[in-house]
Design a protein around this ligand. Structure first.
Ligand code: ATP
Ligand code: PAF
Ligand code: BAL
Length: 277
């Protein structure tokens, strides 16, 4: 496995590649969710490039950019074992040299949900993802359904800007008790880790209500909110039932529906979602 730290090294490496190239963009501190993306790329592509870059421009003031967990040595061992061919590990100054001021401004889809809660977040994501696409020039790029709106924003950017990259979306990988894997789970103390289970349970409650014939999204959101609020350490940011393609909020359940939420458990902000097709 080759480790590439500079854009010059990456470009030289890319010029030597033949066959399908897969890219897995990450912010590191890897878990099985990330590794499921890597394995999908390794299975489908001749070469798999993984980027590890905690992108400062997608964090708002007061967010956890500085404390975001990092363990590059462990990440590299996991990536090598998963069959990664190359890891791109740039410094922030390599990605954003002084004077860099061109950005991708995503459209309407980026203003809702996570975009409303984290202003500027998706501009930062779209910009860095386009830069990674331009640098690695992958045939396919792999993203997790856990970040459902991120997927929607990237798919829209790829379509609107005619970017020749196939976007592959992989299912959310969960712990055995249902908690969606996330690098941020490491912030949870044991009591919060237990409390965090309420998030997936509330999504399952919504799915059960819909399966039982409930179509009023106000009723469903109310039941989800009541359930989450039984946990004292939980504070809801949003609960949403939206059209899975446009992310427009639904009054009446229609398929496919994206049921998504963001909540703080103690100080840790977590997101989760399910899609009912
Ligand atoms: N549990 C998961 N299942 C599948 N894919 C995941 C999972 N968690 C993250 N991913 C995907 O891995 C890629 C990199 O995500 P990222 O490095 O932000 O990981 P993360 O663990 O979600 O971190 P955090 O949510 O704390 O920022 C994204 O495409 C993301 O959707
Ligand atoms: C796609 C990404 C690597 C861009 O920084 C990040 O948003 C993430 O890890 O999901
Ligand atoms: N997984 C999305 C990256 C972030 O929370 O900034």
């Amino acid at each position: 496995m080759i480790i590439l730290k500079t854009i010059a090294e990456l470009r030289q490496y890319r010029r030597g590649l033949t066959g399908l190239v897969g890219l897995v963009p990450t912010m590191g501190y890897l878990h099985e969710g990330h590794l499921s993306l890597v394995r999908a790329s390794v299975a489908e592509c001749a070469q798999t490039v993984v980027s590890i870059f905690v992108n400062p421009t997608q964090f708002g003031p007061g967010e956890d950019f500085k404390s975001y967990p990092r363990d590059t040595e462990r990440d590299l061992a996991l990536l090598a074992a998963a069959g990664t061919d190359a890891v791109f590990l740039p410094e922030a100054g390599e990605m954003y040299p002084p004077g860099t001021d061109t950005v991708v401004v995503p459209g309407e889809i980026a203003g809702k949900l996570e975009g409303a809660a984290r202003p500027g977040h998706f501009q930062g994501v779209a910009t860095v993802v386009l830069k990674l696409f331009n640098l690695v020039q992958p045939d396919y790029a792999y993203f997790g359904q856990k970040d459902a709106q991120q997927v929607a924003v990237i798919q829209k950017m790829v379509a609107d800007l005619n970017i020749p990259v196939g976007v592959t979306v992989m299912p959310t990988v969960r712990e055995s008790d249902g908690l969606a894997m996330s690098s941020r789970n490491t912030y949870l103390n044991p009591a919060e880790r237990q409390a965090a289970l309420i998030l997936y349970r509330s999504l399952q409650l919504a799915a059960d209500l819909i399966a039982g014939g409930e179509a009023d999204t106000g009723v469903i959101k109310g039941r989800m909110t009541d359930l989450i609020e039984t946990v004292p350490s939980a504070a809801i940011d949003y609960v949403s039932l939206a059209d899975a393609d446009s992310l427009t909020e639904l009054a009446v359940v229609a398929r496919p529906v994206l049921i998504s939420l963001a909540a703080r458990i103690g100080k840790t902000r977590l997101i989760d979602n399910i899609i009912l097709k």
